[in-house]
Design a protein around this ligand. Structure first.
Ligand code: FAD
Length: 455
């Protein structure tokens, strides 16, 4: 019998397996397809390679501002796909050898849970003291009639030819990254959000700044609309949008970003594992499901579907599986977008903090007057700090701008160690760096931003 058996070899399952083995558990990892899951094969890594190409393309166009004379003669998509496949394969090989290094058995096959101690893998019985479900999520291309002709965002990373125009349905991080990437490469993008704003789970300032950036890149941002119908034309598709104003659009490609937790076919109903309203597996603060001895982590639990959320949940679940008593700090899950400009966020938005009844205080600092950003010609964006006016507790940090995905790590650490706004305002940063904007925004919270005019 294994101590811990993990179902799914994405970032969640992989981290869980290593942590359980580090703690001395006899561990097995069951994967039906490729190690690395969505993250390595169709998500984070592929999208970041394509977005890096988009960034370099943009910067090459701006090289003249730095006295570099270059001419852009086009794009070789095959080369981007080749790089993506190469990096993914290298990561998968590294994962395989690390599993072996830790003595973790890697079982290839599809798992079905029979009871809290038994799993069936393609007819073979596996016994486990603890089971961790890490089966991830899949594209959900359902809804209006004809929507099944759309592609999912994760299919973009094998494109051999760019469409001339595309409609992207959805306004979460994957859809916004796709819109940015395609627009930079010259595709006419229509981004359709059913709500009042894009990135609806983020602070309104982030939504507003990113809408503005996308519009400047030529993206048409259409809010409060949804696809009513989609039909095939000789080339491309005709779409009718429902909303305050019904609209028709013709595009070459329709892209959908929605995803759903992979709970089907796992035998969950038979054993009494309860799901949330969003279809994800319900877990408590220790990440245990409604069935004792069965944990669930990552995308299959719904909520923020992010790789680092999955892997950190993997650590918590395995520590608990091996006798620990850890709770998962879900309020510290940061978010990142590798767009131009980047986005980084953690904690409560201003609106969420107000709804929760805090006496909210905010501070802001624009990239436009940060020396490094000015020097680099990347002055788009700002840092916003949300805190509790009563005790100075940091509640959230929201960044749009260069290096936001790295800079947000500072905010996570500050919140994890309960650093106050005043402590952040008095901390020292290297100059010139984008990290200075975080300190400046904290100072602005307390009304003494040194480099902003007196108010
Ligand atoms: C386009 C795109 C871009 C993204 N970019 C980012 C990003 O930049 N940063 C970020 O943090 N997140 C990003 N994500 C999200 C990230 O990829 C996921 O949050 C992450 O992969 C979830 O990890 P997981 O381990 O929960 O599941 P997954 O990575 O989905 O892995 C689950 C694994 O379980 C296996 N499996 C399923 N059912 C069974 C079964 N019954 N038996 C055996 N194996 C099974 C699957 O084959 C799969 O390999 C992106 C996603 C997409 C689609």
């Amino acid at each position: 019998m294994y101590d811990v058996v993990i179902i799914g070899g994405g970032p969640g399952g992989y981290a869980a397996a290593i942590r359980a083995a580090q703690l001395g558990g006899k561990t097995a990892l069951i994967e039906a397809a490729s190690l690395g899951g969505t993250c390595v094969n169709r998500g984070c890594i592929p999208s970041k390679i394509w977005l890096r190409a988009a960034y370099l393309y943009t910067m090459t166009k701006r090289a003249g501002d730095f006295g570099i004379i270059l001419s852009l003669s086009g794009l070789n998509l095959n080369k981007i796909v080749e790089r993506k496949n190469g990096v993914a394969s290298e990561i998968r090989m590294g994962m395989k050898s690390l599993l072996a290094n830790y003595g973790i058995e890697h079982i290839n096959g599809r798992a079905v849970i029979r009871n809290s101690k038994e799993i069936d893998v393609d007819g073979k019985k596996i016994e486990a003291r603890i089971i961790i479900i890490a089966t991830g999520s899949s594209p959900d291309v359902t809804g209006a009639p004809g929507i099944d002709m759309a592609v999912s965002v994760d299919q973009l990373f094998d494109l051999a030819k760019l469409p001339k125009s595309a409609l992207i349905l959805g306004a979460g991080s994957n859809e916004i990254e796709a819109a940015n990437m395609l627009a930079v490469f010259g595709v006419k993008v229509h981004l359709v959000a059913d709500g009042a704003r894009i990135l609806p789970l983020e602070d309104h300032d982030i939504s507003q700044r990113m809408s503005q950036a996308l519009r400047q890149q030529g993206v048409e941002v259409i809010t409060r609309h949804n696809i009513m119908s989609l039909s095939k034309r000789e080339t491309g598709y005709s779409i009718v949008l429902a909303g305050p104003k019904e609209r028709s659009l013709d595009v070459d490609m329709v892209i959908v970003g929605k995803r759903k937790p992979n709970t089907e076919g796992l035998g969950l109903k038979n054993i009494g594992v309860v799901l949330n309203d969003d279809g994800g597996i319900k877990v408590n603060d220790s990440l245990e499901t409604s069935v004792r001895g069965i944990y669930a982590i990552g995308d299959v639990t719904g909520g923020w579907m992010l790789s680092h959320a999955a892997s950190s949940m993997g650590v918590t679940a395995s520590e608990n599986a091996m006798g620990g008593n850890k709770t998962y700090p879900s309020h510290l899950v940061s978010r990142g977008l590798w767009t131009i400009p980047q986005v980084g966020a953690v904690g409560l938005s201003e609106e969420e903090a107000e709804k929760k009844g805090y006496d909210v205080k905010t501070g802001e600092f624009p990239y436009a007057i940060n020396g490094l950003a000015m020097g680099h010609g990347l002055t788009e964006g700002s840092v916003k700090v949300v805190s509790d006016a009563k005790d100075g507790d940091l509640l959230g940090v929201h960044i749009v701008g260069e290096n936001a995905t790295e800079l947000i790590g500072e905010a996570v650490l500050a919140m994890q160690f309960e650093c106050s706004v005043d402590e952040l305002a008095h901390s020292i940063r290297v100059h010139p760096s984008c990290s200075e904007t975080l300190v400046d925004a904290a100072r602005d919270s307390d009304g003494w931003a040194l480099y902003l005019p007196k108010t």
